[in-house]
Write a protein that binds this ligand. Structure first.
Ligand SMILES: [Ca+2]
Ligand SMILES: [Ca+2]
Ligand SMILES: [Ca+2]
Length: 292
């Protein structure tokens, strides 16, 4: 495991901020990195000054913590296997501190996010198949949202809470699906048959879903309208590498995402139309799963 003590490269981010271009739900971008040399942990970078802070020390190596921020920016949910041999959902102050454990199952949980009404939705294999679940913010009242053979994962909610987007392989490959808040009336939005789409992220204005798709061979970031028309590719699909895990800024003007460049994952940000693409980290360590 490489030891990485090099500071985050923030030249591009600083330029963005000097320009006053970035509006944020929080003043930090959170991400997973193994730059401390002991597996993937959570880090926060201050978008105003570039100061990097390590938030966790021992989430256990070899798994992605999938951080997501609460709407008020004060809490982070993520997954870790640091207390037992499988993944559980934890919540922590976004400034750091002791995580509180929210799930207690022998199966894996993954990809938790806050819902617009203050609950937490997540993936779980507790029924023997990966399904979407939702629970109260304290872990109570878990309820299953999907019941479909194959993996259902990666929930993202419309701002009004009336629809949930997720990725499902029910069509053979991963596609983006939309369903009601109880999981009913699921319909395919895009992909899922001849190529894979993952990582849906609902735009703050409710009009678009950003996602990643491998329809050009490697994963790129796209946006699509809710009627499934006009998917727009935002990243270069011609062998540049993989782009995944889009996350919107609060004003909907920016997308932060992870890109695999020359064999190494880095954090990038671009305008929602794909312009002004900026690399925010430059480090031989793993840097991925941005949350803002
Ligand atoms: Ca578990
Ligand atoms: Ca399933
Ligand atoms: Ca890196």
């Amino acid at each position: 495991m490489p030891q990485q003590n090099a500071p985050i490269t923030l030249v591009a981010l600083t330029v963005l901020l000097i320009c006053g271009c970035l509006s944020r739900q929080s003043d930090h971008i959170y991400f997973a990195s193994d730059r401390d040399g002991v597996g993937n942990n959570l880090f926060a970078v201050n978008t105003a000054g570039g100061e990097l802070k390590q938030l966790t020390r021992d989430l256990k190596p070899d798994w992605d913590p999938y951080p997501a921020l609460s709407p008020d920016g004060k809490r982070l949910v993520f997954v870790s296997r640091h207390q037992d041999a499988n993944l559980e959902v934890y919540v922590m102050d976004s400034t750091g501190g002791e995580p509180a454990r929210l799930t207690f199952t022998p199966e894996d949980e993954d990809r938790p996010v806050f819902t617009p009404d203050g609950r937490i939705s997540f993936d779980s294999e507790r029924t023997g198949d990966w399904e979407l679940w939702v629970m109260d913010a304290d872990g109570g009242n878990p309820a299953r949202l999907t019941d479909s053979p194959g993996i259902d994962e990666g929930s993202s909610w419309s701002p009004d809470g009336k629809l949930v987007a997720f990725a499902s392989e029910r069509g053979g490959r991963f596609g983006i699906y939309l369903a009601g808040p109880d999981g009913s009336d699921a319909r395919q939005l895009y992909g899922g048959v001849s190529f894979s789409c993952n990582d849906p992220a609902w735009s703050p204005d409710g009009k678009l879903v950003a996602f990643s798709s491998d329809e050009r061979g490697t994963y790129d970031i796209y946006t699509i309208a809710l009627d499934g028309s006009k998917p727009i590719r935002l990243t270069d699909g011609e062998g540049r590498g993989q782009e995944r895990y889009p996350c919107w800024s609060a004003d909907g003007e920016w997308l932060v995402y992870a890109g695999l460049e020359s064999g190494d994952w880095e954090i990038f940000a671009m305008k929602a139309d794909g312009s002004e693409d900026k690399q925010l980290t430059n480090n031989s360590a793993y840097d991925s799963l941005p949350a803002w």
